[in-house]
Write a new protein. Structure first.
Ligand SMILES: [Zn+2]
Ligand SMILES: [Zn+2]
Length: 186
């Protein structure tokens, strides 16, 4: 077995950081597009369930089918696949050496850290939420869907001007009709 040199490790890490940036940039763009609530937008259709008020209230324990990357409803599953999994597969194809680790991180994050455990946990606040789009940072997106489209990283919100509070540059109208037909609010 040949051990990697420090230079090779550094190169791998730099390319992994680049892959992470590419993945989160694509996820940011797709998430922002999913808020463009027009009839042709299938991304919006899948994303509606995420903004239904019941999404944050429903207990979401880890279930066996989450391990198979199938979440609680078809819409929630497609939302994750469209917004995060497809870009992760694309980036993994472009960065074959880093791809398996990136996909592994995506899998573990969605199965173990999404929902109330981390992503939507109001107790997670402070400096971590300046870098990672979790806890109070992501919950602000549920209060004000014109802000905080960043997933995993907050970076792209800062780059594209959707970080912060108040009226944002994004589409202010949340998806109107959740898939069960009841009226949703932001
Ligand atoms: Zn959203
Ligand atoms: Zn959310």
């Amino acid at each position: 077995m040949v051990l990697a040199s420090p230079l090779e490790i550094l190169r791998w890490a730099a390319l992994f950081a680049l892959a992470l940036l590419a993945w989160t940039a694509l996820a940011y763009g797709i998430h922002r597009l999913a808020h463009h609530n027009v009839s042709w937008n299938r991304l919006a259709l899948a994303h509606r369930a995420h903004h239904h008020p019941a999404y944050l209230l429903r207990p979401r324990p880890l279930r066996w089918h989450h391990l198979l990357f199938w979440f609680d409803t078809p819409a929630e599953t497609l939302d994750v696949w469209f917004t995060l999994t497809l870009p992760a597969l694309l980036v993994a194809a472009l960065f074959p050496a880093q791809g398996p680790v990136l996909l592994g991180c995506h899998y573990l994050y969605e199965v173990l850290l999404s929902d109330g455990r981390f992503d939507h946990n109001p107790a997670i606040d402070g400096p971590i939420t300046r870098v990672l789009a979790c806890g109070s940072y992501h919950l602000e997106h549920h209060r004000n869907p014109a802000r905080h489209y960043g997933l995993i990283l907050t970076l792209w919100d800062h780059v594209f001007g959707s970080a912060g509070f108040g009226p944002g540059p994004g589409f202010p109208i949340p998806p109107r009709q959740p898939l069960d037909g009841t009226e949703a609010s932001a």
